[in-house]
Write a protein that binds this ligand. Structure first.
Ligand SMILES: [Cu+2]
Length: 72
């Protein structure tokens, strides 16, 4: 059973297309991540995910270890 949810994270280090690419790669590596949309002007990452498989904490950790810590 899947339980699709969405969150938007603020990632201040997003600056260019390569950051968008790196973020997508880091998140796509996590099972349960369904869709990643990074917006450069607002420095936000919107993630659609299966909440039964992956947690926001895991996604934040993946971003952080890819060099893109989130801000609150
Ligand atoms: Cu970049």
């Amino acid at each position: 059973m899947s339980n699709t949810q969405a969150i938007t994270l603020t990632v201040p280090d997003v600056r260019c297309a390569c950051c968008v690419h790196n973020i997508k790669n880091a998140l796509d590596a996590l099972p349960g991540v369904e869709e990643v949309h990074t917006d450069i002007p607002t420095q936000t990452v919107r993630i659609q995910y299966d909440a039964t498989t992956v947690s926001p904490q895991q996604m934040e950790a993946a971003l952080s270890s890819a060099g893109y810590p989130i801000s609150r």
